[in-house]
Design a protein around this ligand. Structure first.
Ligand code: NAD
Ligand SMILES: O=C(O)C1=N[C@H](C(=O)O)CCC1
Length: 239
């Protein structure tokens, strides 16, 4: 498969390695540091583009993919409040967008565990719930996209929570997410249920970026020749 990389930073490099190992060709690398363009024949020859840039760049890059008729897998976080806008544009252009806040298969197992635990906690009002996420200091968005996905599932499953807030819980129906930025931490997410009697917590700790990159390449392979909006649940059902 021909793959175009949009964003050739930490994730772009990691994805390139895995894509080549899996027998794909990288036909274009679009970044502020390269000369490749969305209008080039090389980019237009891509079967799929994989976009990992920054929150304020993602939506425009996705639009460029729709204009070029290239399906796009996007992992950039921090812009999900604009997903419904871009989905409408995808429909009018008959495009393809695969988006996930986290492509790691381990994190997606953790998502399922989180949902199950939140549902289980419904009758146990003595437990308060909170979340901590820790990432490297270069990260631009907070809370992380993964933390927001975890929070949205908890809000769907746990009747006593109706919205997430940053840092400090002020109302009983709020779920507080604390974001810590330190060193080169690749991504830690912990959900904590605490009563006067005990603490129950679940935690995911990423050991490298390879898990995110492998998931993104698997998503690109899945996206090839498909139309519409796709996500990790579609991919996991297929694996
Ligand atoms: N969904 C996931 O599984 C997952 C995993 C890791 C990171 N991320 C997210 O992916 C994004 C990128 O992460 P990273 O660690 O590779 O960041 P990074 O800073 O290492 O790389 C981003 C790259 O994008 C380039 N860039 C910036 N603006 C651009 C533009 N307008 N067009 C093209 N390129 C542009 C930068 O020059 C840089 O090389 C972040 O939003 C991060 O949160 C998501
Ligand atoms: O390194 C990052 O930045 C990461 N971003 C994603 C998020 O915001 O959840 C996934 C984990 C790594």
């Amino acid at each position: 498969m021909n793959i175009a990389l949009i964003g050739y930073g930490k994730m772009g490099h990691e994805i390139e390695q895995i894509a080549i190992q899996r027998g794909h060709q990288i036909v274009a690398r679009i970044d502020l540091t390269t000369n490749d363009t969305f209008e080039s024949p090389a980019f237009c020859s891509a079967n799929v583009a994989i976009e990992f840039t920054r929150p304020d760049a993602a939506i425009n890059n996705i639009r460029k993919c729709f204009e070029a008729g290239v399906p796009v897998v996007c992992g950039t976080t921090g812009w999900a409040n604009q997903l419904s806008t871009i989905r409408k544009e995808m429909e009018t252009t008959n495009g393809t967008l695969f988006w996930a806040s986290n492509f790691s298969l381990g994190v997606n197992l953790f998502f399922a565990l989180n949902r199950y635990l939140a549902k289980l906690m419904n009758p146990f009002n003595d437990y308060n719930i909170s979340m901590i996420e820790v990432h490297h200091t270069q990260k631009l968005d907070a809370p992380s996209g993964t933390a927001i996905t975890l929070a949205e599932s908890i809000i769907e499953e746990l009747d006593r929570k109706s919205k997430w807030v940053k840092d400090i819980q002020q109302q009983p129906d709020e779920l507080a997410i604390a974001s810590i930025r330190e060193g080169n931490v690749l991504g830690i997410h912990e959900i904590i249920y605490e009563s006067e009697m005990d603490t129950i917590s679940i935690k995911h700790d990423a050991k490298s970026r390879r898990g995110f990159a492998l998931g993104a390449v698997l998503a690109a392979e899945f996206t090839y020749n498909k139309k519409g909006f796709l996500g990790m649940n579609d991919l996991l059902a297929f694996l």
